[in-house]
Every structure is written in C-alpha cells, then in structure tokens.
Design a protein around this ligand. Sequence first.
Ligand SMILES: [Zn+2]
Length: 212
Amino acid sequence: MLYTVSGVQILAILNAFDELETKLPGGKQRIGQYIAKLQDAESGTFAGDEWGETDTRFLYGAFNALSLLGLMHLIDVERAVDYVNGCKNFDGGYGTSPGAETHAGQIFTCVGALSIAGRLDLVDIDRVGAWLSERQLPNGGLNGRPEKLEDVCYSTLPCIVTSRYNVDILKDSEKGGIADRAGDMVDVFHTVFGVAGLSLIEYAGLEVVDPV
Ligand SMILES: [Zn+2]
C-alpha cells in the first residue's frame, strides 16, 4: 500500500495519469482495484499488503491514492469512516485500531482520511488540538506521544493546531537537509516533512502545501 500510494502521488505531481494509461491501458483502474481489495469487508479498514496487517495508516493511504485517481467509488467509504470514528479515544486522538493508544501519526492519518471523506464534523477539534499542543517540548520540537523525544516528522501537526515552534532547530545549514532532531543525520524523509511543516507555519518563501 505505502509504495503504491507514493507511486500514485508521484504520478499526480507529474500530471502523468494520461501517460500511464497510454503505456498501460487500464492502469489506473488496476491500481484502484488493487487498493480496493485491501479493504476488509467487515470492519472497513485496510491492510498494507496481502499478509493482512491493518493500520489506519493504510486506510488513509487508500483514501489518498484513490481520491487522486478519482476512484473512491471502488471502496466502502462509509464503513471506513465508521472504522476511523471507532478509533477515536477519550483524548480526542486516534490510534492504529479501535482501543489503540493515541499517536500523533495516526491523528494525521485519521484526520486526513476524514477530511478526504468530507467528515471533519466527526473530529473533536478542541480536544485533539489540546492533546497535539502538549506534544511541543521546551526545545520547540514536537513528539508523537507523551514522554517521547521530538522528531521533525511530527512537524506537520500545526495543520491542526497553530503552534509556535523553534524553526531554527529544523535546519541543518551545514548539510543542507533536515534531520529528525538536532545533531542527527539528515535524510530525504525528514527533509520532506520539515519543509512541509515550515510551509504549514507560513515560513517565508515556501509554497503553500495542502496538509491532506
Ligand atoms: Zn521521524
């Protein structure tokens, strides 16, 4: 699922769905059907591959790719939305499955999925916003769960709650990229999330990114 979503996103960025159809007739439909087959008919959630591990990450991935492909009708959206709603915890956050601990990553994927489905009315914005605000540490960084270290890949959280955080800690001017936290090795993954986070807090000179 994850690589399929990345592939679909790259095709969308390159505006290359027509080229895909030329080179592989029916390609869009085949991708959509592959994703649709990963939905569990009973619960409505999605597996990451044929081995069957389920996680709200995969559900969001399915929504993301299928909405880019214009193929949301291939899945049971209502059942999937019910599943996401069932993952909501007392703190307003979401986990990987019903009853699972709230995690900032799963808040991102569940709120993203509900946004794609047009069901943000199900989100307890004040409660989840308060929980996300508490993810900010004294050094300005954000963690994904209580008592964890800060990590730049959680910097996309300000899409839900406008948060003041220390922009300088995100930038490693020597290496040119962004690491998970100050002093660590920079990599492409954290550079993407760091730049996206900077865009969401309207850092000067960056294009506006769609948080979904
Ligand atoms: Zn990270």
